[in-house]
Design a binder for this molecule. Structure first.
Ligand SMILES: NC(=O)c1ccc[n+]([C@@H]2O[C@H](COP(=O)([O-])OP(=O)(O)OC[C@H]3O[C@@H](n4cnc5c(N)ncnc54)[C@H](O)[C@@H]3O)[C@@H](O)[C@H]2O)c1
Length: 322
């Protein structure tokens, strides 16, 4: 199938592009490289370096690439940036998304698969969060991801596209830079390879649902075949930041070290986990890489010098499935 991946030069996008190529699909990438890297895009894959906000350029790319399916991952992903400048976040994540959807409608794209986030839920009343849980985002980033979801629904209901919304938990793995959303794993890996203990903000008892990046890529491929709709992409398991630090220290052979603690950062939720059962039932998708294995692979990548080049990334992200 002919596919277009927006954000394909980014962390998750790079792994998705590789998975699509491996499955025999044709891929083009749209990315303005504001946070992405051209070297993450494999040789031979066309890279259109344009911003989502440029409606005419987005239209031209879709007309030229003629994708049957579009994976929409490009986004302003930084929560702090969104807090500082909600209008910029809105322009990329909402207007940019509608620019893309319009081009898709005009040029006969059949299916759009959108990368949404656990951030749309806000503070959970009960865990793990099912898709029906109320959405009360805590940040403008969560609000813009949720607003974009609304447009996906509308285009799915009334404007002729088949749309799928995938709400990712905290994605981690080779290729992630410490600044990105969910970057605690990347930050631990970067410190450990320098022989420094993980740095924990707050008590470390806060929990997250860590999902390995190749599992997220697989969920996107499953969505290509499955029915449209809304699906959590997580493990359903909570892991505390202390537990994560312990795994890193054990895998690195540094179990004698203790993490260092710093003041909690404001605005962080205490606990999070996404219930993946709907994706299991309707897309036939389950996560395959557990946290210890994912940490080991991420550490191996960091030890190899944190390469960003597409082939190295892909090789280091692989390994034994659980
Ligand atoms: N990493 C996570 O833990 C996580 C969790 C939940 C949801 N997500 C979602 O997954 C998607 C991918 O996230 P990621 O972690 O790979 O982030 P990333 O920053 O590595 O990738 C985003 C890509 O989008 C590109 N981009 C940004 N603004 C753009 C614009 N205006 N026009 C064109 N391209 C633009 C960037 O250059 C980058 O390559 C995002 O939509 C994000 O909201 C990520």
């Amino acid at each position: 199938m002919r596919t277009l991946v927006t954000g394909g030069a980014g962390f998750v996008g790079a792994h998705l592009v590789r998975a699509l190529l491996d499955a025999g699909h044709t891929v083009a990438v749209l990315d303005d490289l504001s946070a992405g890297r051209a070297e993450r895009v494999p040789a031979g894959v066309p890279l259109y370096q344009i911003p989502l906000e440029d409606r005419t350029a987005v239209d031209r790319v879709v007309a030229e690439a003629r994708p049957q399916a579009v994976f929409h991952l490009a986004a302003q992903v930084d929560v702090q940036t969104a807090l500082r400048d909600p209008l910029q976040d809105l322009a990329v994540n909402v207007t940019g998304t509608v620019n893309l959807l319009e081009a898709c409608r005009k040029h006969g794209v059949e299916r759009v698969i959108y990368a949404s986030s656990a951030a749309v839920y806000g503070a959970p009343a009960a865990l793990p969060l099912a898709e029906e849980a109320p959405c009360r985002p805590l940040s403008p980033y969560g609000a813009s991801k949720l607003a974009a979801e609304g447009y996906l629904w509308a285009y799915g209901q009334s404007l002729g596209l088949t749309t799928t919304i995938l709400r990712y938990a905290n994605v981690y793995g080779p290729g992630q830079e410490a600044r990105a959303e969910g970057g605690v794993v990347a930050s631990f890996a970067a410190r450990i390879v320098q022989g420094q203990p993980p740095r924990i903000f707050g008590s470390g008892h806060q929990t997250r649902d860590f999902i390995y990046v190749t599992d997220v890529a697989r969920a996107n491929l499953a969505a290509l075949e499955g029915p449209g709709g809304l699906f959590n992409v997580g493990t359903g398991q909570e892991a505390s930041i202390r537990e994560l630090a312990r795994l890193f220290l054990e895998e690195a052979g540094l179990a004698h070290l203790e993490p260092v603690f710093e003041a909690a950062r404001p605005g962080e939720i205490e606990r999070s986990a996404l219930d993946p059962r709907r994706a299991q039932a309707q897309l036939g998708w389950t996560p395959q890489v557990d946290l210890r294995e994912g940490v080991a692979r991420t550490l191996a990548w960091a030890r190899a010098g944190s390469p960003m080049e597409a082939d190295a990334l892909c090789r280091l992200a692989g390994g034994r499935p659980r």
